[in-house]
Design a binder for this molecule. Sequence first.
Ligand code: IMP
Length: 201
Amino acid sequence: MKAVLASNNKHKLVEIKTMLKDKIREIYTLKDMGIEIEIEENGTTFEQNAYIKASTIAKLTGLPAIGDDSGICVEALNGEPNIYSARYAGEPCNDANNNKKLLDKLHALEAKTGVVNRKAYFQSVVVLCYPDGSYISGSGKTYGQIIDEYRGTNGFGYDPIFLSDELGKTFGEAVMEEKNTISHRSRALKDLLQKLNSEKA
Ligand code: IMP
């Protein structure tokens, strides 16, 4: 199968390409296809936003397209920033400002209540959409804690402040191969692949 990735996020492109390479023979990026597009993510769930991205690109290219939407959900903040993770601190979208806003909010809660629950999870939904609009989706989560310091320089987004329960280190300290073994995106992709395989069976 050939497919197009409906994303311009370089880190996600590498992660998704690496994980799907055995199943999808040729994966093109938007850049490969000469497509420059801003897709408005106006859904209210990860799945709706992933579908909006994948279906827009599938219709535009006539090829199956893969869209993903992901974010971090923090228990003490009632699940914030959720689908707003990329733009949490407003424009311009910036990882440093997003991380700072999250830590500031937790500090404010801590100052008010004395303790703060730092449990959080990343969620990813990956949608494979065909040009006719039909689709298959996969979902994955990975759990951890938000820590008060920045640890590690790998990855992107909230990686340096997310201490993974399973790895015992932050995603910023983990190398990509390690992160891929337990990440929300790898779990969403595995879920998607399982559904694809059972559809073909
Ligand atoms: P999306 O590109 O609309 O899916 O936005 C996802 C946002 O969630 C990113 O910009 C990051 O802020 C955050 N995010 C999603 N996955 C990860 C991850 O694996 N590590 C760190 N941050 C992530």
